[in-house]
Design a protein around this ligand. Structure first.
Ligand SMILES: Nc1ncnc2c1ncn2[C@@H]1O[C@H](COP(=O)(O)OP(=O)(O)O)[C@@H](O)[C@H]1O
Ligand SMILES: CC(=O)OP(=O)(O)O
Ligand SMILES: [Mg+2]
Length: 406
């Protein structure tokens, strides 16, 4: 790496999307950012914002058949702004990798052996790891000389105590097949719990925080003194909270029933629980904005949306209670990600009536908007309730740069 190479490109490849950011690590400035959506569909769309030049957001509709085509389109957009992947200022590419198993507890420079290991973990994250792998392969082909770094969603959760990570099933079977609770969104939980401590003017080691990462995928974590002690996702990102399209917690016997009685195949059950459940399964919409709009419009349709909202909130409140008990003392609850940062009614409903647990939300503070971390609890509340915007891309860039510039 040359002394002038201070930029990091971050790729966050999801099952049907890629989010990316190019950052200058001297000051953390974002030079470009964008999103490719609906990869694999004829209506795929790339939205690119060249922040360095102050240019307008550019949107291209296209037919991006797969993640490779999507990344090549991203590379072309960057090149159009003079920020191409061939730039000598680029120090590394950082990749979000969802499943790192127990093998990866730290950001890791990707070589053939690491890539093989990430491939071996595909059965544990079938929606996510294949997209991450394509991202890595494509980026490597474009810049074979550049360090590529994997930052794992699971890494932050590897501190979970054994009693939280174990499922109560036969130990030998579990060990043979690596069945345990891994947890995900760890980069976000780590970043947000640290930011929450800073908001309280404390060191992370001094505070216990419940982080609610509510995006399309959603998870909760209990963080004691900066270390994760429990999290709601498990072997895969299907366990836990109600999500946009995933069921979250469910009696495993439901799957036996779907196969034995409803005659569904393994793949159909997988698809049902991962893609046709959660909010979309309950009311036909997975976007919280649309659900709130339908509730406000009322009528029968509004009732359906209300039920989805209520199921979502009920699960969230159960985890607040559970993690209060896990932590013993809670200093803060932090809401983050698309729903957590933007949906005031979700925050209000999640905390309503929890004064006995020291939790309350001030309606005025809750309705305000800001890109900065902020408190929404009244002065008297024992537990600080906060909205703390996550920034997985910045966190990945920092971890990547720290590794390659060490
Ligand atoms: N203004 C808003 N009000 C309510 N919900 C919102 C708003 N903006 C985004 N969301 C919710 O956030 C979700 C996306 O969150 P995000 O964290 O970007 O998810 P992911 O990273 O999993 O794609 C959307 O599906 C929508 O439900
Ligand atoms: C792990 C996971 O659920 O990620 P996402 O929210 O990006 O789908
Ligand atoms: Mg996300």
């Amino acid at each position: 790496m040359t002394a002038t190479a201070t930029r990091v490109l971050v790729l966050n490849s999801g099952s049907s999307s890629v989010k990316y950011q190019l950052l200058d690590m001297r000051d953390g400035a974002r030079l470009a950012a964008g999103l490719v959506e609906r990869i694999g569909e004829s209506t795929s769309r790339l939205a690119h914002t060249p922040l360095a030049t102050g240019g307008e957001k550019r949107e291209t509709e296209g037919d991006m058949a797969d993640h490779e085509a999507a990344l090549k389109a991203v590379a072309a957009e960057l090149a159009a702004d003079g920020l191409g992947l061939d730039s000598p200022q680029l120090a590394a590419i950082g990749h979000r990798v969802v499943h790192g198993g127990l093998e990866f507890t730290e950001p890791t420079v990707i070589d053939d052996a690491v890539l093989e290991e990430i491939e071996r973990l595909v059965p544990l994250a079938p929606l996510h790891n294949p997209a991450n792998i394509t991202g890595i392969r494509t980026a490597r082909a474009l810049r074979p000389d550049l360090p590529q770094v994997a930052v794992f969603d699971t890494a932050f959760h590897t501190t979970m105590p054994e009693h939280a990570a174990r499922y109560a099933i036969d130990v030998a079977t579990a060990d043979r097949h690596r069945i345990r609770r891994y947890g995900f969104h760890g980069t976000s939980h780590a970043y947000v719990s640290r930011k929450t401590a800073a908001l309280l003017g404390k060191d992370p080691s001094e505070v216990n925080v419940i982080v609610l990462h509510l995006g399309n995928g959603a998870s909760a974590s209990a963080v004691a003194g900066g270390r994760c002690v429990d999290t709601s996702m498990g072997l895969t990102p299907l366990e836990g909270l109600v999500m946009g399209t995933r069921s979250g917690d469910i009696d495993p016997a439901v799957t036996f029933h779907l196969k034995r009685v409803a005659g569904m195949s393994e793949d159909e059950v997988d698809e049902l629980l991962n893609k046709k459940s959660g909010l979309i399964g309950l009311c036909g919409d997975n976007d919280m904005r649309e659900i709130r709009r339908r509730i406000d419009a009322g009528g029968e349709d509004g009732e359906r949306a209300r039920l989805a909202f209520d199921v979502y909130i009920h699960r969230l409140r159960k985890y607040l209670g559970a993690y209060s008990a896990v932590l013993g003392r809670v200093d803060a609850v932090a809401f983050t990600a698309g729903v957590g940062e933007n949906a005031a009614p979700v925050r209000e409903a999640a905390i309503a009536g929890l004064e006995e647990m020291g939790m309350a939300v001030d309606a005025d503070l809750n309705s305000q908007r800001s890109d900065e971390p902020r408190l929404i609890s009244p002065e008297y509340a024992r537990v600080a309730v906060a909205v703390v915007p996550t920034d997985e891309e910045l966190e990945i860039a920092q971890q990547t740069y720290a590794l390659v510039s060490a």
